[in-house]
Design a protein around this ligand. Structure first.
Ligand SMILES: *Cc1c(COP(=O)(O)O)cnc(C)c1O
Length: 381
């Protein structure tokens, strides 16, 4: 027997309470029990998103929420600014182009965050820009952006919206949708929300709805206006992912019980212990600045293939992490600490990393990183 451990940056671990809730007998989505369930879930999502805006629930992976957030708000020929600092920023560019949007891409070297001043400059060059697309946390590099500073630039503009992919940020660190004036915030079920893959969530501001009224792109399934009309009546336009929404209710109940501040401080504590443990083990983290608290991207040491670390973690120890993407393949490996995670998830992940590196002949002192994390995570009396 080999026990398995999931430390990938999506899908993440799902709590037994949520799994059990999802095993409940099917209910009908047009019957009163669904209406009651959906009303609860929608209110709790507004709490999580820190907003009074509509938070749409879509049956799709996170990318469906991203695609809908391009198609519904922009028309072919509209201008958009896209920040590309990794795989998911690149995806914003690809989606925009496939909907005929004219993209001004701010390319940021992987491992860095975007300088908000660059966005301000790009907006000065093209004041008729309709939307700015960013990641709050770029999962391919493990780097977070200063979303608040970026929102400060865009919020005062009457005809430009800020669209934030917060898929590995919401429920990890503070994203204040209303207080910062973020127009569109997107997340998915399989990251910090402690659910299986299959749901996307999108909050939409008044400014964004006004843009949607003028936009004329083509879409059918991801029709946000039609969804909002239905969802305000506690219904969905099409058949919802019923069991996922049942699980969502339980996940949100658990998150509410902990409270936003504690959720954020737990993630900060765990992320800090992971990073410090990695350094103590003689390794370096990949981000050059503002590492995300959702996951840690670790640099493979010289002469060690990061993909080999990834595959040995799985084969030898049953630990699923993630490798690097594109030009970072082999150069880094990534370990998630978002969602249903606590002290011993970090300890186990660090321990497995130390053992694999030792197996690969790297001169790691076994227990060094683990010891550091223990010292940091221990509850002092
Ligand atoms: C996981 C993720 C997505 C969405 O990916 P899907 O596979 O479509 O769920 C988008 N952006 C970021 C930053 C992510 O981490």
């Amino acid at each position: 027997m080999q026990k398995r451990y999931l430390f990938a940056p999506g899908p993440t671990q799902v709590p037994p309470e949520v799994l059990l809730a999802m095993a409940s007998p099917m209910i009908h989505h047009r019957a009163p029990d669904f209406i009651e369930l959906f009303e609860q879930v929608r209110a709790d999502l507004q709490w999580l998103f820190q907003t009074t805006n509509d938070v749409l629930v879509l049956a799709s992976s996170g990318t469906g929420g991203m695609e809908g957030s391009v198609a519904n708000f922009l028309s072919p020929g509209d201008k958009a600014i896209v920040v590309n600092m990794g795989k998911f920023g690149e995806r914003w560019g690809k989606i925009c182009k496939s909907f005929g949007v004219v993209v001004d891409e701010i390319a940021v070297e992987w491992g860095h965050s975007v300088d908000p001043g660059q966005i301000a400059d790009a907006l000065k060059k093209n004041p008729d820009t309709k939307a700015v697309f960013i990641q709050a946390s770029e999962t391919s590099t493990g780097v977070a952006n200063n979303t608040q500073a970026i929102a400060d630039i865009i919020c005062p503009l009457a005809d430009t919206i800020l669209v934030v992919d917060a898929i590995t940020a919401l429920g990890v660190f503070d994203i204040r949708t209303d207080a910062w004036g973020i127009d569109v915030v997107i997340t998915g079920s399989q990251k910090a929300l402690m659910l299986p893959p299959g749901l996307a969530f999108v909050s939409v501001s008044k400014k964004a709805w006004a843009l949607a009224d003028k936009a004329n792109n083509s879409y059918f399934y991801y029709n946000f206006k039609k969804e909002a009309e239905s969802q305000r009546k506690q219904q969905t336009a099409f058949t919802p992912a019923v069991s996922m929404i049942v699980g969502l209710k339980e996940a949100l109940r658990m998150l509410k019980e902990e409270g936003l501040e504690k959720i954020f401080s737990r993630h900060a504590r765990l992320a800090n212990a992971m990073r410090e443990g990695v350094r103590e083990a003689g390794l370096a983290i990949f981000p050059k600045e503002s590492p995300s608290n959702a996951l840690t991207a670790i640099q493979a040491p010289d002469g060690i293939d990061g993909q080999k670390v990834y595959s040995l973690l799985r084969q030898s120890y049953g630990v699923t992490a993630a490798g690097g993407q594109d030009h970072l393949k082999g150069k880094i490996f990534r370990i998630s600490h978002m969602g249903y995670v606590d002290t011993f998830d970090v300890i186990m992940a660090l321990s497995a990393v130390e053992m694999v590196l030792k197996d690969l002949g790297y001169p790691v002192l076994l227990g060094a990183g683990v010891g550091k994390a223990e010292a940091l995570l221990r509850k002092s009396i």
